[in-house]
Design a protein around this ligand. Structure first.
Ligand code: BYC
Length: 331
């Protein structure tokens, strides 16, 4: 089993035989649903897995601000603009909670940022697609935040305390985001034929990438088995994807628009919707950096980092002066 996993690149799941005393006690706590906190002993691989997932998650929130930020200046009404600004700001906040939660594992914010800007760290594939029309803002809220909630509600019960706690607030905000997106879609779907066509076009372009957000199929997922054993993942990629399809199809029906999938059909025996094959070649191309907007997204983040250099320098100079004054006063 282990050899096979190494050959296929799948993480080997640790068994009791592989574990020393500390690790057995750690796994027993996980099995008993006791949260792990930053100062508790933890296996190095658990720490690394969390840093990988949490930092990717934080990067996704920060990069996720870009496709929607693109429409702030062009929102159709003042009210829609105010709502969109608040949403994009929330995403920035989510990134910051998640970076802080990851820092409790001993990694610095600078190191995580450097990995994002160098292209070493991943972020969600979904943010490498362009927002071509206002309907895309509706589709992102409805579909992308909808997928995010489906994936993140279970994370509120994951084994690592700071991650689980950060997710509680994030999920509440995502739920508002999802509703605002659906509200945009509803207005368009009930609008002129041209507006309804715009809503349909956005669904056509965002549906398949949103299914890809859940990651590779369970058979291909490298980290799932070990992450499930550690209760970082409570539901598998395919389970979450299926729940998402089941939840979202009736919402599209209510809008009166059509899912771009001829194979989509209710399967009464399974009690779930069957759906068509995902284009995994597209997913892998996007994750490897060759999606429609990967280069643009990264270039924008790098520029923002460089343009913000003077702010960081000023903040550091101020902190240094205050520290020097405090030291002088204490002497
Ligand atoms: N895109 O073994 P697997 C948001 C990678 S933010 C890119 O299944 P795992 C929002 C995966 O990282 C949404 N890469 O991995 C923000 C791994 O590569 P590495 C972000 C992906 O970790 C603003 C490899 O493929 N949500 O919603 O067990 C506005 C093998 O995959 C993707 C989170 O980050 C992808 N879609 O499971 C609006 C949630 N999928 O690391 C909305 C937290 C997989 O070995 N993360 N990969 O190089 C998770 O739940 C899990 O990390 C995943 C993947 C389910 C995503």
């Amino acid at each position: 089993m282990y050899a096979q996993m190494v050959e296929t690149g799948v993480d080997a799941v640790r068994t009791a035989a592989d574990m020393g005393g500390d690790e057995r006690a750690f796994q027993a706590r996980i099995d008993a649903d006791i949260r792990i906190e930053p100062k508790d002993w933890m296996p190095e691989a658990y720490r690394k897995t969390l840093i990988r997932q949490m930092s990717q998650h934080a990067h996704s929130e920060i990069v996720g601000m870009l496709p929607e930020g693109n429409w702030i200046t062009r929102a159709p009404t003042l009210k829609r603009k105010a709502i969109l600004m608040a949403k994009v700001q929330d995403e920035g906040g989510h990134g910051l909670y998640l970076y802080s939660a990851a820092e409790t594992l001993g990694v610095s914010r600078d190191a995580m940022t450097a990995d994002l800007l160098s292209g070493k760290a991943k972020y969600s594939s979904i943010f490498n697609y362009p927002t071509l029309t206002w309907a895309d803002i509706g589709a992102i809220g409805w579909l992308v935040d909808g997928a995010a909630i489906m994936n993140q509600i279970p994370l509120c019960r994951c084994s690592f305390g700071p991650y689980a706690r950060a997710m509680v607030r994030i999920c509440k905000e995502e739920s508002f985001h999802q509703r605002q997106g659906y509200d945009i879609m509803l207005s368009l779907a009930r609008g002129t034929p041209g507006q309804k066509a715009m809503a349909q076009d956005a669904l056509d372009r965002w549906w398949w990438p949103s299914l890809m957000m859940f990651g590779p199929s369970d058979a291909e997922s490298v980290h799932s088995a070990q992450s499930a054993a550690w209760k970082i993942k409570l539901l598998s990629n395919d389970e979450l994807r299926q729940r998402y399809v089941d939840q979202t199809v009736p919402q599209a029906d209510h809008l009166g628009i059509t899912m771009p999938d001829p194979d989509l059909a209710w399967n009464a025996d399974r009690g779930h919707y069957d759906f068509g094959a995902i284009d995994w070649a597209e997913f892998h191309a996007v994750v490897r950096g060759n999606g429609p907007c990967n280069r643009d997204r990264l270039a924008t983040r790098v520029k923002a980092w460089e343009d913000g250099g003077w702010v960081r320098d000023a903040a550091m100079a101020h902190a240094d002066r205050r520290a020097a004054r405090a030291a002088a006063a204490a002497a």
